[in-house]
Design a protein around this ligand. Structure first.
Ligand code: G1P
Length: 300
């Protein structure tokens, strides 16, 4: 039995080197890249907190001090804004500090996502927990994490989020073979494989960066050898749990059909920024109008 049945803790791996965004990420963590006017990481922390997970553990590494600073108070700037009576900006910067309790642990060697998650073992203890990857942003109007938390409570196993992707894109993701369960809002995951070649992929269902895991995953990760890219893969540990019976065994999937913004590479990142800016009340109308003119010009 786990010590707590309901998920309370979120783990956010943020130790990646961000090489895809060089030179922007030479001296700055990629998680701090602004998506419109907020660092990508803040969207993810807000999503965790909105789902009731006020205890957040970030797995960081070298070069990541800016993350801690972002979620900390900044008295000089706060005082300045206060004196100027700029309550809007004051609230905006204070919001990041009021989000919840944020803890940090360093990954040390960058040995893969599975290794990063394993660094959360002491903090999480024997209770189910969520993992949120910063490259995936889920629209706040679409529910995902709360459904996954619920499915974890109902099944007692681990839960992954799945989306359907065009077959030629599957090699960028963990891929799941699943069985539909009659009358349920989740599926049973039979088999998981990390970034398969298109011809080896069991389906076009891709794992995206939201997980709700049974703590049994820690012991499995400790015994998972390096896999794809010579890294300890979370997908490989979940594959072990998918075939395990009894306490902590079983992997389930929630198929997500809502809005997701990928910020993992330059092109997707640009699309995410434009999409989210178009939806904003303050920027959207002007940006949409300009985009219309801009694309018309492009078509000339
Ligand atoms: C990680 C996981 C992969 C998953 C992806 C979702 O890969 O290893 O299974 O599909 O996140 O974003 P990464 O994109 O970090 O290489």
């Amino acid at each position: 039995m786990t010590d707590v049945s309901r998920v309370r803790k979120a783990v956010i791996p943020a130790a990646g080197l961000g090489t895809r965004f060089l030179p922007a990420t030479k001296a700055m963590p990629k998680e701090m890249l602004p998506v419109v006017d907020m660092p990508a990481i803040q969207y993810v922390v807000q999503e965790a907190v909105s789902a009731g997970l006020a205890d957040v553990l970030m797995i960081t590494g070298r070069n990541k001090r800016a993350l801690e600073d972002h979620f900390d108070r900044v008295p000089t700037v706060e005082k300045l804004l206060e004196d100027k009576g700029d309550t809007e900006r004051l609230e905006a910067i204070q919001h990041a500090t009021d989000l919840g309790e944020i803890h940090y642990v360093r990954q040390g060697d960058p040995k893969g996502l599975g290794h990063a998650v394993l660094r959360a073992k002491t903090h999480v203890g024997n209770e189910p927990f969520a993992v949120l990857l910063g490259d995936d942003l889920i629209d706040e109007r679409d529910e995902l994490l709360t459904i996954m938390i619920d499915v974890q409570a109902r099944t007692g196993g681990s839960v992954v989020a799945l989306i359907e992707v065009p077959m030629d894109k599957i090699s960028a993701y963990g891929c799941a073979d699943m069985t539909v369960i009659d009358g349920q809002d989740y599926v049973r995951v039979n088999h998981l494989v990390e970034k398969p070649a298109v011809e080896d992929a069991p389906s076009n269902l891709a794992v995206i960066g939201r997980y709700v895991l049974h703590p049994a995953v820690f012991e499995v990760l400790e015994n998972t050898p390096p896999g794809r890219g010579n890294e300890i893969q979370l997908t490989d540990a979940l594959q072990t749990l998918a075939t395990r019976e009894g306490e902590g065994g079983g992997v389930y999937g929630v198929v997500f059909r809502g809005r997701r913004y990928d910020t993992g590479d330059k092109l997707s990142y640009l699309k995410a920024v434009v999409t989210l800016a178009c939806e904003r009340e303050d920027l959207g109308p002007d940006l949409r109008e300009w985009l219309g003119e801009f694309t018309a010009d492009l078509a000339k």
